[in-house]
Design a protein. Structure first.
Length: 483
């Protein structure tokens, strides 16, 4: 998807302000009009034109889907492998995309089949005829796809006694909003938004975008977030119960192609705007890659997101505490530790989910390639109260773990820096990450280099200040399960 592909086409029939499609009801263009955030709202195409298909995979038919449509009859669904006793997963693509068994939607299906083959009915939703058009038309079409999908689910309930709270939607880009429209018709069990699209969704309107009322649990991953089209393909705002911002949520490691502008060239890339688009596509699709990490391949590492004021504070190591009953952190992942559909939903998370205003911004860092998970450690140094005076300079540390060491960890205190000086009795934190586990940290080596002149204290010209450390704590942050 390229940014410059977002253009506007006027509808043939632009005198009408609403379109009515039988049981789905009417879709008014005025409802989502906004002079600033939604100046152009198009009428959605008809359900016949969009022709959404639902491809059902189960343990009995892992590779050959049963293809259903929202106008299915009782007999149609009875003749498939659908099992109403099992929870269902719906995977939905976004703008300009289609269901493809060989690409990410098929990969998600395959990973469920690999990890928990007997557990779920898995539906791949294809609305490509409504998505492979101009962006504004695709945005309008999401409302019809949402209504159709809600209708489809009603039939699962009506014909097969399926349980609506057993349904989990996984939507990428505009697919996240289709999921939220379904939730507007009927609250679903869980909704996972993978970098929900930004353009045309900047306005804080729960009717048009994800919000905590759409599902019992709404989790969102932001990887190319912004507040303007030029800033990203995704959305920056927190819209669910838990909003994860890996690497700050806007620029992902390994996705910065601008460094190729001078020097080594990327073939086929001739202009800077193409490089910007490449960056955004890479960032945006990283949400899929992070979701697709097989938790079984991660050695004690989890994507633990920590609640924090902002990403800078997180990087400074200020947020390494999960709080009581993990109230300040949560794990992002394929099966998730907070999955009401899968059944590992703690009482605390359930209570939080009931309070619809509870929104959390959670941060973690990742590596630039598979398996992405980084081992996070929070270092906290507390200086003794009896330290004679505050000090400026550099601390260099080495963590010696049972498996490997991490060297060259710097902590600096200088007048113009974030930490101006190390003060007696105060705590200082630092976040460090490693691609591989250190094991259990056994010793810490520390060296100290004084730098700076304390003008008001001429004795420092002749004697360097001494540090007196009361305590150093190392906390492993990337696994919240006790064993
Ligand atoms: Ca909503």
């Amino acid at each position: 998807m390229h940014l410059h592909q977002i253009w506007i086409l006027l509808d043939d029939n632009f005198t009408k302000t609403e379109m009515c499609y039988g049981v789905l009801g009417c879709f008014s263009i005025n409802e989502f009009f906004d002079p600033i955030y939604g100046p152009v709202t198009l009428k959605p195409q008809s359900p016949e034109d969009i022709d959404v298909t639902y491809r059902l995979y189960t343990a009995e038919n892992k590779f050959k889907p049963d293809v259903l449509r929202a106008n299915m009859t009782r007999e149609d669904i009875a003749n498939t492998h659908f099992d109403p006793m099992k929870p269902s997963k719906f995977i939905i693509h976004g703008y300009g995309d289609s269901f493809d068994d060989m690409e990410w939607m098929g990969d998600i299906k395959d990973l469920f089949m690999k990890l928990v083959p007997e557990e779920f009915n898995i539906f791949g939703v294809d609305w490509s005829k409504g998505a492979e058009t101009n962006y504004m038309q695709a945005v309008a079409n999401t409302r019809v796809v949402g209504a159709l999908t809600a209708h489809f689910i009603n039939k699962l309930v009506q014909f097969e006694n399926a349980r609506i709270d057993n349904i989990h939607f996984i939507g990428f880009n505009l697919g996240a909003y289709i999921s939220s429209y379904v939730g507007t018709y009927q609250k679903i069990g869980r909704l996972t938004g993978l970098d929900p699209a930004g353009p045309d969704f900047y306005k804080d309107n729960p009717k048009s975008r994800l919000d905590p009322t759409d599902a019992t649990y709404v989790e969102v991953l932001h990887t190319d977030g912004g507040n303007l089209i030029i800033e990203g393909l995704g959305l920056e705002d927190a819209v669910g119960h838990d909003d994860y911002y890996p690497n700050g949520g806007a620029q992902q490691p390994g996705c910065d192609f601008t460094k190729f502008i001078n020097g080594a060239s990327l073939p086929e890339v001739e202009v800077v705007s193409d490089i910007t688009s490449l960056n955004h596509i890479c960032n945006h699709q990283r949400s899929l890659q992070l979701f697709l990490v097989n938790p079984k391949t991660l050695d004690e590492c989890q994507f633990v997101g920590y609640e924090c004021k902002d990403y800078n504070d997180f990087l400074a190591g200020k947020c390494g505490d999960c709080g009581q009953d993990n109230s300040k952190c949560a794990v992002f992942g394929f099966l998730g530790n907070s999955d009401p559909v899968y059944g590992r939903f703690s009482a605390l998370q359930e209570n939080r989910a009931k309070s619809t205003n509870a929104r959390r911004k959670l941060y973690f860092k990742t590596d630039e390639s598979v398996p992405y998970c980084l081992f996070h450690y929070q270092l906290t140094i507390r200086f003794d109260r009896s330290m004679a005076r505050s000090a400026t300079g550099f601390i260099n540390m080495e963590l010696n773990g049972s498996m490997r060491n991490l060297t060259d960890i710097e902590m600096e205190a200088l007048l113009e820096k974030e930490i101006e000086s190390f003060q007696p009795g105060h705590n200082y934190t630092k976040l460090v990450t490693s691609i591989k586990s250190l094991g259990s940290v056994e010793t810490i080596k520390l060296s100290w280099k004084f730098e700076g002149v304390q003008l008001f204290d001429p004795t420092t010209l002749f004697s360097f200040p001494k540090l007196k450390i009361a305590n150093i704590e190392v906390k492993y942050m990337s696994n919240i399960d006790p064993e």
